[in-house]
Ligand binder design. Sequence first.
Ligand SMILES: Cc1cc2nc3c(=O)[nH]c(=O)nc-3n(C[C@H](O)[C@H](O)[C@H](O)COP(=O)(O)O)c2cc1C
Length: 314
Amino acid sequence: MNPILNLFGIKYPIIQAGMIWCSGWKLASAVSNAGGLGLLGAGSMYPDVLRDHIRKCKAATTNPFGVNVPLLYPDIYLIMQIIVEEGVEIVFTSAGNPANWTGFLKEKGIRVVHVVSNIKFARKAEECGVDAIVAEGFEAGGHNGREETTTLCLIPMIRESVKIPLIAAGGIGGGKSMLAAIALGADAVQIGSLFAASEESSAHPDFKNVIINAAEGDTKLSMKSVIPVRLVKNDFFEQVENAEARGATKEELVSLLGRGRAKRGMFEGDLVEGELEIGQVSALIHHIKPAAQILNETWTEFINRREQICKLNF
Ligand SMILES: Cc1cc2nc3c(=O)[nH]c(=O)nc-3n(C[C@H](O)[C@H](O)[C@H](O)COP(=O)(O)O)c2cc1C
């Protein structure tokens, strides 16, 4: 049996990525109800807000769901306490050192997955005892690695380097790219951008429209000197680029980014001054659809494409 289906007790090897300002209980429960694994994005939630979303998600689905926790989160102790108190069974950690929290979570019987973008951290996460790894390529929306390794290269590299189950992320826009990721050695896929534009995503409608209208080249990896993040090229993005070009200090860049920029852009719909995180695959996303439809279409395309390829004569 597929190790990811086994690990989480889900029907399809499709995980909806934890995404700040996009993945609340409505999206996570819709994906889990459809047979994938929905994740709440704790990175944009105050501790009490997270508790509320966990409770609402539990009420909306009896299927497994999880929480994504970026480990740089300032109130991390409170967040982890709530996760344990509320009986969350699956945690995806990212943006930080897996050594800090894996042991704590595993002791509580929680299944832990860590997100990486290079071999070094994949090995480290395995040593720390995580149950699986998400390997996220350069194409992905949101925060990313400095190495700029694309999904096509990253997945086989990580597959060669670790033994634990592997989830591919970055550029998965449907069943065809899912099949490619599986062919490269992944056991499952994690999809972000496609679900960010779903009906149930809590992103602002204007941001969803930016996603479905994005064209090739409209996003770029930015903030490489601080914390690399793939952004839509808007005024805010230009300010960051200019600041980096004139050699702005890390402190200046951090203050330009500020904590409110992502909320302003993705949640409040300020398309000019806000931070808009999305992946290269946005150029392939043309419609806002219900999350269950996205999942079903991805799975059907995966199965059909697999069959077509088997019939090819070389
Ligand atoms: C709007 C947005 C917000 C994101 N926020 C987070 C986050 O809070 N934590 C995290 O680990 N990854 C975050 N990511 C990355 C995703 O979890 C996922 O790995 C990535 O989107 C996969 O690539 P794709 O966008 O090409 O599907 C975010 C991505 C997007 C598009």
